[in-house]
Ligand binder design. Structure first.
Ligand code: Q9C
Ligand code: ZN
Length: 699
């Protein structure tokens, strides 16, 4: 069985569905192992570890993206460029003091700073990180590259003019921005947008450009009322810049963790994107930390690779696509690898990744968006329109009594209110065509503050209503609530393979990414890259057969299918992998031709419950491939056994000849035989006889 990407309607179509139809955009990449020479000598478990960039690089290589990019050599930054934003004293610390000290001297010096360690190679790594971001920024500004991603460490955005801080030594992004503005005036970069989506506030970058209107600094971060790192008021929404820079510093401070795709996308739609349109930057630099990613150990947020890809995609129309991304934080190796992969795919021009956000923005998200817009409305008229009162500030009627009450910092009520997600009403009507009464009816479907039966203290105007529809509901009209998506990570199933996935090496491509012999293109892998926890073989009374003309993974030839119905005269050999339901979904997507992760499960907990009685369930996948039918094969050690194959109606088409029966191509057939022989139930000869029978015997 294998990734087909074929659609039901394009039977005669030859060629690879997923091959880029247009030429890749020129995307620069920088990675250098010497940046791993900076590490915490006394703390082997320090989150800001060398494996972060190794994991990212490995995943870009194994998914085939590295080959599609322009890989550049890392460069050392020059002191006079670093001096554009840092003091000579700071440069001396990183350049000389650190390198010349003993390790115990370095430890002593580091301890006088906030969240800083030094090793022998720290100085070299810091120079390479800063120099590499300059290098890619220059090439993008010149037009030699369309965009780029600098996979660098140590990170930079906490580093201040005169001190290292928060795992950061030199402020890589600030140095590159200053370099373009001051050292390469000839390139015509006069306005730079810096988007800092690291989960922490970019305090260093903010300070360096606080009175500079040439740099619009935008940071969205956990603030938790000043209690989240780097703590204090600098990350507050009232910090909007000073002097000529007033209005050119924008902070979006989350009140709480657990923010995910929809919260970020709401901020994009209602703050960042409208202002970016108005600002019209000449280039965008992204302080791309991935510690707001789902499963990050420090961030406590839930942005998925899908979320990052949309956040990036929404920035692509600006500055003619000149986007320079530089790694900042991000401490779960799988999460950062998957997130960077999703972003590089967008930079290359691949179609946006599959998935849909899982829920609605928090009530606190609307509150923060409102506060930021209020604070900046004088400077950015485009965001001056009002968000209706109804969607923020007050508890919703769905909350139980314990959740109602004073909404303010540090109260237990604030915590629980912040947890409540706002669910917009159904929006299929075009707002401008609505009669006022209808519009109000729609508005009233938004949970609001009237649970106590008290009169509203601000009645929504018609304008508010129209604004609600246009500004809030529309972007989220296609979302639906899926509270139990996290459970998928913990629930195990047996995935029963009857095709090429019987070969362990081939199957692992779906989990870890990459490609094995004979495969025409690499796989993205699963969100969770852990190997199957158990493997076993079983036979089932089902018919194996081969059909279809061509697959993008293997080329011309049929692929394996299992007849969804059992038949006691038949015997098929299946390899059972014990994996999580989340991994099963990622396999399902890839089997059906999707080259990306989804945050939205196709086969969820409800489907798992249902399939035990219904035996097979047809699933919706973004591309509707050939393996859209999940079949239940019973329990094994109390765990459900699932496989994926064609539907019963496809079987009819194979029988009638509407769909072709075809033998497998050589390499695909060999992979099957190899897999079966690995299982040790069949010799190679027996395995090839079994395969031959499957493609010769009539269905
Ligand atoms: N109680 C970046 O993500 N945490 N830096 C220290 C002290 C420091 C994060 C906690 C977090 C720094 C680039
Ligand atoms: Zn961070």
């Amino acid at each position: 069985m294998e990734s087909s990407g074929g659609s039901e309607t394009s039977l005669s179509r030859r060629g690879c569905d997923n091959a880029p139809t247009r030429k890749d955009r020129r995307v620069g990449l920088i990675y250098d192992e010497r940046m791993c020479g900076h590490y915490a000598t006394e703390d082997g478990d320090h989150p800001e570890c060398p494996d972060r960039i190794r994991a990212i690089w490995k995943s870009l290589e194994s998914c085939g993206f590295a080959k599609r990019c322009v890989v550049l050599d890392a460069k050392n930054a020059e002191d006079n460029h670093i001096a554009l934003v840092h003091s000579r004293n700071h440069i001396n610390l990183i350049k000389n003091t650190i390198s010349k000290s003993t390790q115990s001297g370095r430890r002593r010096i580091a301890s006088s700073y906030n969240s800083i360690y030094f090793s022998k190679g720290s100085s070299e790594a810091a120079y390479l990180a800063a120099g590499s971001v300059i290098e890619v920024a220059e090439k993008v500004a010149e037009g030699q590259l369309d965009s780029s991603f600098a996979i660098v460490r140590p990170p930079g955005h906490h580093a201040e003019v005169d001190e290292p801080m928060g795992f950061c030594l030199y402020n890589n992004v600030a140095i590159a921005a200053s370099f373009l503005l001051n050292e390469r005036k000839d390139l015509g970069i006069n306005k730079i947008l810096i988007v800092d989506w690291d989960v922490h506030h970019g305090n260093g970058t903010q300070k360096m450009f606080y009175s500079d209107p040439r740099v619009l600094f935008f940071s969205v971060h956990r603030h938790d009322f000043g209690t989240f790192y780097p703590t204090g008021d600098n990350g507050s929404y009232i910090m909007i810049g000073e002097g000529p820079g007033v209005g050119y510093n924008i902070n979006v401070p989350w009140e709480n963790g657990r923010c995910g795709d929809v919260d970020y996308l709401a901020v994009w739609d209602h703050i960042l994107i409208p202002i970016a349109k108005e600002f019209n930057p000449d280039i965008i630099l992204i302080s791309a930390g991935f510690d707001a990613a789902i499963r990050d150990p420090l961030g406590g947020c839930r942005v998925t690779p899908y979320g990052y890809s949309i956040m990036l995609e929404k920035l692509m129309p600006f500055a003619r696509g000149k986007i320079v991304m530089a790694l900042e934080g991000g401490y779960n190796l799988d999460s950062i690898a998957n997130s960077v992969q999703a972003c590089v795919g967008v930079l290359l021009g691949d179609s946006p990744i599959a998935g849909s956000p899982q829920s609605y923005p928090f009530e606190s998200t609307w509150r923060v968006i409102h506060q930021v817009r209020q604070e900046l409305r004088a400077h950015w008229p485009i965001i001056a329109s009002k968000l209706p009162n109804k969607v923020f500030s007050k508890p919703s009627p769905q909350m139980d009594a314990s959740e109602r009450g004073f909404v303010g910092p540090h109260s237990a009520a604030a915590e629980s209110v912040a947890r409540t997600r706002i669910r917009p009403g159904p929006p299929p009507l075009a707002p401008v065509l609505l009669a006022p009464s209808e519009a109000t009816a729609v508005l009233h479907q938004i949970p609001s503050s009237d649970s106590d039966g008290e009169p509203e203290n601000g009645t929504a105007t018609i304008l508010d209503v129209v604004q609600t529809l246009e500004d809030i509901i529309k972007p989220f009209s296609s979302l639906k609530v899926d509270e139990d998506s996290q459970e998928l990570q913990k629930v195990y199933i047996w995935y029963a393979a009857f095709g090429s996935n019987m070969s362990m090496a081939r199957f692992l491509c779906y989990i870890e990414g990459g490609q094995t012999e004979g495969m025409k293109r690499p796989c993205v892998g699963s969100m969770d890259r852990s190997k199957p926890v158990e493997i076993m073989w079983k036979t089932y009374p089902h018919r194996l057969f081969f059909g279809r003309d061509y697959t993008s993974t293997w080329g011309p030839g049929g692929v394996a299918f299992l007849h969804p119905e059992s038949n006691s005269n038949e015997k098929a050999y299946l390899c059972l992998y014990k994996i999580t339901l989340e991994q099963f979904n990622d396999v399902l997507l890839q089997e059906n031709g999707s080259s990306h992760h989804s945050s939205h499960p196709t086969f969820d907990m409800t489907a798992l419950d249902r399939i035990k009685s219904e035996t097979s369930i047809s699933v919706e996948t973004p591309k509707r491939g050939w393996y859209h039918n999940v079949v239940y094969l019973g329990l094994e050690k109390d765990i459900p056994v699932l496989t994926m194959t064609c539907s019963l109606s496809d079987i009819e088409s194979f029988k009638s000849g509407t769909l072709p029966i075809k033998p497998p191509c050589k390499e695909y057939g060999n992979t099957l035989i190899k897999g079966l022989a690995e299982g040790k139930h069949l010799s190679e000869e027996e395995a090839s006889a079994y395969i031959e029978e499957a493609y010769t015997k009539p269905l």
